[in-house]
Design a protein. Structure first.
Length: 155
């Protein structure tokens, strides 16, 4: 069943970082900080925008590369060695394909008619409207689990 009062999020991560999280069923935001992840709630929808292929790399991606549903566990900290202990949050990543942002810019409320449309991605994690998550989910062909219906198709 679709949870009531869900919110929609965009998280920013390079393709290499996103794939690590997608393959293991988690997300990180804002270089592993806990506070941003605490803003998410179980059942919230999240799309990952990847500006680059590799973290700190120069090769552009500029696509939505993952789409999922936030899990019901609280953010947890992991030890990655070298003193880096990022926080992660569980996400059920849905079957979806990459979707370049350029064809969507005028359809998305948070980018339409904005010369500097990429500025908002500097925040690392931000909310978007039901309309925008719907546009992204449809562009990615996101496939929802049984009992969810297709929320993005309804907006």
């Amino acid at each position: 069943m679709i949870p009531t009062m869900t919110r929609n999020w965009i998280v920013v991560a390079s393709v290499d970082h996103m794939r690590r999280g997608r393959d293991a069923g988690f997300m990180q935001a804002c270089h592993g900080k806990a506070a941003p992840l605490c803003r998410l709630h179980p059942g919230d929808l999240v799309a990952c925008y990847s500006p680059t292929v590799e973290f700190r790399g120069k090769e552009k991606c500029q696509s939505f590369t993952a789409f999922g549903i936030v899990g019901d566990t609280e953010p947890g900290q992991v030890n990655m060695g070298g003193g880096f202990r990022p926080y992660r949050r569980g996400v059920t990543w849905l079957k979806a394909h990459d979707a370049p942002i350029r064809p969507l810019i005028e359809d998305l409320e948070f980018t339409a008619r904005k010369r500097n449309w990429g500025y908002v991605f500097r925040f690392g994690l931000f909310t978007v409207s039901d309309h925008d998550i719907g546009v992204i989910g449809r562009a990615m062909g996101a496939q929802y689990p049984p009992g969810w219906g297709n929320k993005v198709g309804d907006v």
